[in-house]
Structure formats: structure tokens, C-alpha cells
Design a protein around this ligand. Structure first.
Ligand code: SAM
Length: 380
């Protein structure tokens, strides 16, 4: 793990660790759930801070799992603090790692901005099936989704910024992408045009239906300009212990909300009713939203699918009937891995590739760097 790999993540993780309310809420949940001697899986452990809370609460062992170089930060931090004997560090995507035993509880903070937009549904479904003992606990266990009609110049700048006067006209088309994107925003209370509605609930202890659709009606309570919808979560970490990023809460963690734009700003007045439907395929990171102002009949329909900037070649590649051919780099990858026979050293593999495939990449230096990248990432 190079220092550069870690540096690109540390700013984000400083935000998580420097939020005392978030830590206090996880600590309260852990105190409710974790018993001395328990075995825990910390999914997407980042710095390892949630696993650390479990160890301090008496856990006998914690499996720390992260797909990024942050696993090295977790290892270094927990080993330095004297927890090395009780921790196992696994580098990889949670659904690709295996544990040697079942655990009493799984802990994670993968609730993103809108509750389901950071992979928690699939992550916990898999962990529940493969890692958790029967009757084991999930932290968090359920998520309530909130939605509100929003007036916000900051949000408007995110969705409309690409067609501002100062932007060269050649780039104005990117607005299509911006209005079909879920943006992260920090909202103030006064951005809300009316009370939020509870959009729906996700029980993480139940099987994931894959596709979800929720519809709510929201009453506008003041005159203003509707720029879109904002979503956030209230998640139950343990019985009676809740964590939220609601802009209305005095006990909100430091986390953005999700902003879902509409294609045009619309003037609204008190008494108007806005009907919104949000549909999601969390496993595919797809969100679609439809918004209708009932009094005027104005309707908007957007989706992150429309917001994807796909080239015609990428669209063709997604067609199940497409016949794929390996790219030059994937052939090079296969070539290097073919030398991993459990006998050769890194140096011997590098020498063999340089000798047998001198034209694999444009220069010997490129080949050496590539070999070290392949062996560093895809071998044990
Ligand atoms: C929101 S951060 C939370 C970090 C830490 N648990 C905390 O509470 O401070 C999510 C972490 O999950 C990791 N992650 C995301 N998807 C993952 C996956 N599929 N498998 C393993 N780790 C994942 C990210 O690298 C990141 O470190």
C-alpha cells in the first residue's frame, strides 16, 4: 500500500472520525448490541473506528474489511493501539471476502446521503447470509427515508450551472447530465418548502426485493421556487438509537443530503401539492424520480440512467448479445497472472515477462511497473 493511495481517502475519513455525534451514536448502539466475547464483522471499516468501539465494548475479535488502501490505516491504527491480537484485516470487497467463522454482529456505516445509495442493502444482505450467526445483530438494522420539496440556489447551481452565461456554449449540453444526477448538498432548514414526508422504510434484516418504488405527496407551506427534491435518512443503529443527516435535526451527523433536481424551476404557493415517486435499484446504483405539481399538472421525470455519460461503444458493450473481445490491457493482465504458479518470485515473474513478452507494453519500464501493479493487486 503506497502512501499516495491512502492520502486520497484520508480527507473523507477525517470527516467521519471527526464527527463526535456520529461516534457517540455508534458507541451507544454498540453498547446495546455487543457483549463481552462477541465476534464482529466491521464492513467497509475505513479507519477501523467502528470495530474499535466494538473492541472497547468487550468484543473478542473483529474482522475489519475494506476494499481500499484504508485497510492499511485500520491495521496500523489498531495494532499501534494494542488491539492487533484481536483483529483480522481483510482487503477486498465485502462480498468477495470469506470469514473463517460466523459473527455475532455486523457493523457498518454505508448509508450514504439517502440511506440506500452507498451499497448498504446489498452489503448487509450478503453479510447476513454468509457472515452472521442465526439471531445475530445488524448495526444499523433499518433505515427510514425522508423526502422534501426544496428551494435552494446552491442546488439550482448544481443542476443549472452548466448552462450559465459564463460557461462556453459547447458545454451547455452537460446540463442534461446534471439534472439526471443525485447531488450531495448541505441544506439549511429554510430550504424546505414544506414539511418532509416519510418516503419509505428499508428493513435490512429482510431480503432485498431488488427494485423499490415509493410514492408520497407533500404539501407546500410557503410561496417559493421548487428546484427539486431532497432526500436523507434516519437509521436505527440499535433498539432506540437513531442516526440521521436531516437538515431539520439538532442532532444530525455531519453528512450531506441527496438532491434530486427537476428539469425546470417552478413557482409554487402554499397549499400546492407535490407528488413524488422515487424508484431505486440499489445494486445497480440506479435512482429514478418523478415529480408532479398536482395543481398545475407539471411533471418531471429523471433518472441517473439518463445521467450516465455513455459512449455508443459502452452502450453496445452492455447489450447481453454483444460478443466481448479482451482488450490489450486485459490480455497483458492474463499474461502476467499466467506466470503466478506458486513457485516463481516477483522478480522471476518480472524477468520472465520481460524476456518472453518484450512488446507487451511500449517500454521495459512500463512492463516492470505493470507487473508490480498486477502482482500487488491480484495475488496473495
Ligand atoms: C462511509 S465509509 C465508513 C468508514 C468507517 N466504517 C467509519 O464508520 O468511519 C465507508 C467505507 O466502506 C468502504 N467500502 C465501500 N464499499 C465497500 C465494499 N463493497 N467492500 C468493502 N469496503 C467497502 C470504503 O472504502 C470506505 O472506507
Amino acid at each position: 500500500m503506497g502512501r499516495g493511495d491512502v492520502s486520497s481517502h484520508l480527507d473523507e475519513h477525517l470527516g467521519y472520525v471527526a464527527d463526535p455525534l456520529r461516534l457517540a451514536q455508534f458507541e451507544a448502539a454498540v453498547a446495546r448490541v455487543v457483549r463481552p466475547g462477541d465476534v464482529i464483522a466491521d464492513l467497509g471499516c475505513g479507519t477501523g473506528v467502528l470495530g474499535l468501539l466494538c473492541l472497547k465494548a468487550g468484543a473478542a475479535r473483529v474482522y475489519e474489511i475494506d476494499s481500499t488502501a484504508m485497510i492499511g490505516v485500520a491495521r496500523e491504527s489498531l495494532v499501534r493501539a494494542g488491539w492487533g491480537e484481536q483483529t483480522v484485516f481483510l482487503h477486498g470487497k465485502a462480498h468477495q471476502v470469506e470469514l473463517p467463522e460466523r459473527v455475532d454482529a455486523v457493523v457498518c456505516d454505508q448509508v450514504g446521503y439517502f440511506g440506500f445509495d452507498y451499497g448498504i442493502v446489498q452489503s448487509l444482505q450478503d453479510a447476513r447470509r454468509r457472515f452472521l450467526k442465526p439471531g445475530g445483530a445488524l448495526i444499523p438494522s433499518r433505515i427510514k427515508l425522508q423526502l422534501a420539496a426544496i428551494e435552494s440556489d446552491t442546488c439550482c447551481a448544481l443542476s443549472e450551472g452548466w448552462r450559465a452565461d459564463a460557461i462556453p456554449a459547447e458545454f451547455h449540453w452537460l446540463r442534461e447530465n446534471a439534472i439526471n444526477t443525485k447531488h450531495g448538498v448541505t441544506l439549511r432548514k429554510d430550504a424546505l418548502l414544506g414539511a418532509p414526508a416519510e418516503l419509505g422504510e428499508i428493513d435490512l434484516r429482510e431480503d432485498d426485493p431488488g427494485f423499490r418504488s415509493w410514492t408520497v405527496e407533500m404539501r407546500i407551506e410557503r410561496e417559493g421556487i421548487l428546484h427539486g427534491m431532497a432526500g436523507w435518512f434516519e437509521c436505527e443503529l440499535a433498539d432506540g438509537v437513531w442516526m440521521t443527516n436531516s437538515p431539520l435535526s439538532d442532532r444530525a451527523i455531519q453528512r450531506n443530503q441527496a438532491f434530486l433536481p427537476i428539469g425546470e424551476a417552478v413557482a409554487v404557493k402554499a397549499g400546492d401539492v407535490v407528488k413524488a415517486t422515487v424508484m431505486a435499484r440499489p445494486a445497480e446504483h440506479l435512482i429514478a424520480w418523478q415529480v408532479e405539481i398536482l395543481s398545475s399538472g407539471r411533471r418531471f421525470s429523471h433518472s441517473t440512467w439518463q445521467g450516465e455519460l455513455l459512449t455508443p461503444e459502452e452502450i453496445a458493450r452492455r447489450n447481453p448479445a454483444h460478443v466481448p473481445k479482451p482488450s490489450r490491457i486485459s490480455l497483458a493482465w492474463a499474461c502476467v497472472l499466467a506466470y503466478c504458479d506458486g513457485q516463481r518470485t516477483v522478480h522471476q515473474i518480472e524477468q520472465a515477462v520481460l524476456r518472453d513478452h518484450p512488446d507487451l507494453l511500449p517500454s521495459a519500464g512500463e512492463i516492470s511497473r505493470f507487473v508490480s501493479q498486477v502482482l500487488g493487486g491480484d495475488t496473495t
